[in-house]
Design a protein around this ligand. Structure first.
Ligand SMILES: CC(C)(COP(=O)(O)OP(=O)(O)OC[C@H]1O[C@@H](n2cnc3c(N)ncnc32)[C@H](O)[C@@H]1OP(=O)(O)O)[C@@H](O)C(=O)NCCC(=O)NCCS
Length: 205
């Protein structure tokens, strides 16, 4: 299998590292902003140049950009590929939907489900029976406990903890090092221990 990685930024290059460790051949990157250049010795093309039928993985942190690119590449006849680092632990009976990325040192426990295009970054843990929706991101070193629900497009920041059974709503963002003790409403950014909504300053008059 030859893979194209959509996004030649930080997560894209981390995805390349996962592919190399897993013995997956990478043809190049797809990235409008860097098209025509080379990154890590590989060609960068525009997403429109994905060869029909090719495998792709979106290596971008932002869920909205991930959704846009995945839609575009699916429409171009690409198929999403899941990559896991050989030093990630993925328990039996855990299901990874197409397009997921699991980095080195991550531990995804028993009976977990990862929705399409979700990412578990290095040294993060995801507890038993937890459900990740589509395009969820668990950043490095975060600890998501058992039976948690991370809804579509939600993000758990570096080093954050989500207590067992809690729900992080659609497109919500848990700040770095926060401790989630209550459900997080959709679209809300929470920070701190215990996690509380980030106060937004009023726009200047
Ligand atoms: C929560 C977060 C999304 C907020 O980002 P933002 O909207 O740009 O917020 P700002 O940086 O403008 O900070 C706003 C306020 O919140 C505070 N704040 C920001 N992030 C915080 C956090 N994680 N914990 C506690 N307070 C935080 C800031 O100190 C600031 O407070 P102040 O107004 O009293 O100075 C971001 O700070 C964060 O934690 N992102 C996760 C990053 C991460 O894990 N990246 C992994 C990449 S590998």
């Amino acid at each position: 299998m030859v893979l194209w990685i959509a996004g030649a930024g930080g997560v894209g290059r981390e995805a390349l590292d996962v592919a190399l460790a897993a013995g997956v051949e990478v043809a190049g990157f797809l990235d409008d902003r860097q098209a025509g250049s080379t990154v890590r010795g590989l060609p960068v093309r525009t997403p429109a140049e994905l060869p029909p039928g090719a495998g792709y993985l979106v290596g971008i942190a932002d869920p909205a950009a991930r959704a846009r690119l995945a839609g575009l590449l699916d429409a171009a006849g690409g198929h999403p590929v899941t990559l896991a680092h050989p030093r990630a632990i993925i328990a039996p009976e855990t299901e990874l939907a197409p397009g997921c990325l699991v980095m080195g040192g991550a531990h995804v426990s028993s009976s977990v489900r990862l929705g399409p295009h979700s990412q578990v970054h290095y040294n993060a843990t995801v507890g038993h029976d937890t459900r990740l929706g589509a395009r969820v991101t668990v950043y490095p070193g975060a600890n998501v406990s058992g039976a948690v629900r991370l809804e579509d497009d939600s993000t758990v920041g570096s080093g954050a903890v989500v207590l067992q059974g809690r729900t992080v709503g659609r497109a919500a963002f848990v700040g770095a090092a926060a401790t989630v003790t209550r459900d997080v409403p959709p679209g809300t950014t929470v920070v701190g221990t215990p996690a509380r909504p980030l106060p937004r300053r009023a726009p200047a008059p």
